[in-house]
Design a protein around this ligand. Structure first.
Ligand SMILES: *Cc1c(COP(=O)(O)O)cnc(C)c1O
Length: 382
C-alpha cells in the first residue's frame, strides 16, 4: 500500500491483510494466541501487541495520522495511561491543559500522586500559558483540542515550538477531531492518542484506544505496554478495522451536520450561546481554520435561562441522551449532570461549563430530522 495515497484510500486499504488461502475480499481474522517460532526471541502474542490483525490495524491508523508506527489498546484510557507512564518516572513533571477529558483528569489526580509524578494544569490556552509552567523537571506537555465540552482550540504549532525549545515531548488526545479533521504530527506534536471508542469505532459498539508516533517513541511505549497489559482482543481489532474503512465518509457527514446545526442554533432566540469552531465568531476559529481540515462533529450550546437542560434532554425523541459520543447516531448530554459531574462547581465555572449547557454529538441522520427533534423538545418544555 502506497503511504502517499489519498486519505480516503488509506481508510479502506492501508494495513489490510491478504487472504492468500481463499482470496477473500477482507482481512482474515487471526484469533491465535500462539504462533510457531520464526525466531526464538520475537514471537507473536496478543499482549505483545504484534498479532497479524493488530499490526495491520496499527499500520492503517498510523497511515491516517502520518505517523511511523502505532499500538492498539483495549480502551482510550489504556492508551492514555500507558503513553504517559511510559514517558514518566518519580520526580518528573508534566503540564496539562486545564479542560481535559474527565477520565484523564481523574487518572492524573489519583494515580500520579502515588508514583511521585508532579503535574500542573495551565491557566489558559496560549503557548505562553504552557511556557510559564515549565520547570527544571518538566518532561512534557499534554493537550486536547478541540476541548471537551466547550470546543476550545489550542495552537498546535505554537505548543510544539515551545516544547521543542525546551527539549520536552508533546502528546495530544486527538479524539474529538478524529484523523479526518486534524493530524497533529504535521504541526510537530510527538504523540497522538485516540479513544477509538469514539470516531474510529463510530458505531457505539467498540471500546478501544490508539497511540501513534515515531518508531522510536512507539518502542518506548511498547516497553511499558507489554507490562501494563492493555491490549485489545483480536476480534475487536478486526471489527475496528471495518469501522475505520468508513471513517472518512462518516466524519464528513458529521462535520456537515454539525456546521448546519451550529448555524441554525446561533439564530434561535431560545439558545443563548453556541460553541463550535466552525462559527466565525468562535474564539478559536482562525487557529482551527489553520490546523483542521474540518471543524468536527461535536458542538455545545447553552439553552436560554428559562429552559431546563435535563427536561430538554428527556423530551428528545430521535436524539439519544447518552454518555458517549461520535457514533453515527446523534446524541446529547448535560456536561454538568454527566461527563463533568465529578468536577466542583468552581472547576466547572472556570472551564465555562454552565448549567444550561448541552453537549451535542452529531450523527449522520438528515439534518432536517435532527433540527426538528430539537425544536419539538424546545416547544414541549417552554
Ligand atoms: C472517551 C474519551 C476518552 C477515554 O476513552 P475510553 O475509550 O472511554 O477509555 C479519552 N479522551 C476523550 C477526549 C474521550 O472522549
Amino acid at each position: 500500500m502506497n503511504k502517499n495515497a489519498d486519505f480516503r484510500t488509506l481508510c479502506v486499504h492501508a494495513g489490510e491483510l491478504k487472504d492468500t488461502q481463499h482470496g477473500g475480499a477482507i482481512s482474515p481474522l487471526y484469533a491465535s494466541t500462539s504462533y510457531a517460532f520464526t525466531d526464538v526471541e520475537i514471537n507473536q502474542y496478543p499482549r505483545y501487541f504484534n498479532t497479524p490483525n493488530q499490526r495491520g490495524l496499527c499500520q492503517k491508523i498510523a497511515a491516517l495520522e502520518g505517523a511511523e508506527a502505532g499500538l492498539i489498546f483495549g480502551s482510550g484510557m489504556a492508551a492514555i495511561s500507558t503513553a504517559l507512564l511510559s514517558h514518566l518516572k518519580a520526580g518528573d513533571h508534566v503540564i496539562f491543559q486545564d479542560d481535559l477529558y474527565g477520565g484523564t483528569r481523574n487518572f492524573i489526580k489519583t494515580e500520579f500522586v502515588k508514583y511521585g509524578i508532579e503535574f500542573s494544569f495551565t491557566k489558559g490556552l496560549e503557548a505562553t500559558d504552557f511556557q510559564s509552567e515549565i520547570r527544571e523537571n518538566t518532561q512534557g506537555i499534554y493537550i486536547e483540542t478541540p476541548s471537551n465540552p466547550t470546543l476550545k482550540i489550542i495552537d498546535l504549532k505554537a505548543i510544539s515550538d515551545v516544547a521543542k525549545t525546551a527539549s520536552i515531548w508533546t502528546m495530544i488526545d486527538n479524539t474529538f477531531a478524529s484523523p479526518v479533521n486534524q493530524n497533529p504530527i504535521t504541526f510537530g506534536i510527538d504523540v497522538v492518542i485516540h479513544s477509538a471508542t469514539k470516531y474510529l469505532g463510530g458505531h457505539s459498539d467498540i471500546c478501544a484506544g490508539v497511540v501513534v508516533s515515531s518508531e522510536q517513541t512507539i518502542s518506548r511505549v511498547f516497553e511499558s505496554a507489554k507490562n501494563l497489559g492493555g491490549s485489545l482482543s483480536d476480534y475487536t481489532v478486526w471489527l475496528l478495522e471495518r469501522s475505520v474503512k468508513t471513517l472518512f465518509v462518516r466524519v464528513q457527514a458529521q462535520n456537515q451536520n454539525a456546521q448546519l446545526l451550529a448555524e441554525f442554533l446561533r439564530d434561535q432566540e431560545w439558545i443563548s450561546q453556541v460553541y463550535y469552531p466552525g462559527l466565525e465568531d468562535h474564539l478559536g476559529h482562525e487557529i482551527a481554520k489553520k490546523q483542521m481540515h474540518g471543524f468536527g462533529g461535536m458542538l455545545s450550546f447553552d439553552l436560554s435561562e428559562s429552559l431546563d437542560a435535563k427536561q430538554f434532554l428527556l423530551e428528545l425523541e430521535l436524539v439519544k441522551p447518552t454518555m458517549s459520543l461520535a457514533g453515527i447516531e446523534s446524541t446529547a448530554l448535560s456536561p454538568r449532570l454527566t461527563s463533568h459531574a465529578l468536577l466542583s462547581e468552581e472547576e466547572r465555572q472556570y472551564q465555562g461549563i454552565t448549567p444550561q449547557m448541552i453537549r451535542f454529538s452529531t450523527g449522520i441522520e438528515a439534518f432536517e430530522d435532527i433540527k426538528n427533534d430539537l425544536l419539538q423538545s424546545f416547544r414541549k418544555i417552554s
